[in-house]
Design a protein around this ligand. Structure first.
Ligand code: GRF
Length: 227
């Protein structure tokens, strides 16, 4: 399967996908990396891995549908079958969604996925870690989901949880979540590449059954310690 990755920033999730493809942990290749931000570190990571890149600056582009149409053109030219948003700081338009909507080969699943640094449906949108800290939650995490027309509202593929510890600030919580993102995103893309996911309403099935929840991973949160 040929992946197109859209990234606006550091690209550490892109790196996790590049590494997983290189090591054949997922049966896919990153065919194109697109960024809307000139100089994004993600573009350097892709170039270092020998992956084609393109930067289409979004600043000063008021016509969002036209902008997305140009992205879609690039992705189609590269033969991309699945679009992975990885720190892509723009909402995609209906133009984009319809170009990579459900298909027969994708078993009815949309062909755009995203990773979000919170346990959706809690804390969608920007600054998810800040939102979690402000809400005083004791557990947060990350979510891989199909993309629909809403903001982080699409069907949930997989989630991983981390504890929120006393004294956490935003960078500390973000780093703990990011470590889980780097594990979860390749795993979820691997399922898609193997054609193992399907949709039943809003529920994502793995091999026709609900996907098992991963265990809490942090050594700080052992069984029996949660009230
Ligand atoms: C990640 O936390 C991701 O969940 C969010 O943006 C961040 C991107 O980080 N959507 P990176 O660019 O992959 O390092």
């Amino acid at each position: 399967m040929r992946l197109g990755v859209l990234a606006s920033g550091s690209g550490s999730n892109l790196q996790a996908l590049l590494d997983a493809c290189r090591d054949r942990r997922i049966d896919a290749e990153v065919a194109l990396v697109l960024s809307n931000v000139p100089g994004a570190r993600a573009l350097e990571r892709a170039a270092a891995a020998g992956v084609p890149t393109a930067c289409l600056p979004s600043r000063g582009q008021p016509d969002r549908a036209a902008y997305d149409a140009s992205l879609v053109d690039r992705l189609r030219e590269a033969g991309v079958g699945l679009v992975c948003l990885a720190g892509y700081m723009r909402l995609v338009t209906a133009t984009f969604l319809s170009a990579f909507g459900p298909g027969e080969a994708s078993r009815g699943c949309p062909r755009i996925v995203n990773i979000h640094p919170a346990l959706l449906p809690s804390f969608p949108g920007l600054h998810a870690q800040r939102q979690a800290l402000a809400a005083g939650v004791k557990v947060s995490g990350c979510t891989v989901h199909f993309v629909d027309e809403g903001t982080d509202t699409g069907p949930i593929i997989a989630q991983a949880a981390v504890p929120v510890l006393d004294g956490d600030d935003e960078p500390a919580l973000a780093a703990r979540i990011l470590a889980e993102e780097h594990r979860l995103y390749p795993a979820a893309i691997g399922w898609i590449a193997q054609g193992r996911l399907s949709l039943q309403g809003r529920r994502v099935l793995l091999d026709g059954a609900p996907a098992p929840a991963p265990p809490l991973r942090s050594p700080d949160l052992r069984a029996g310690e949660v009230a």
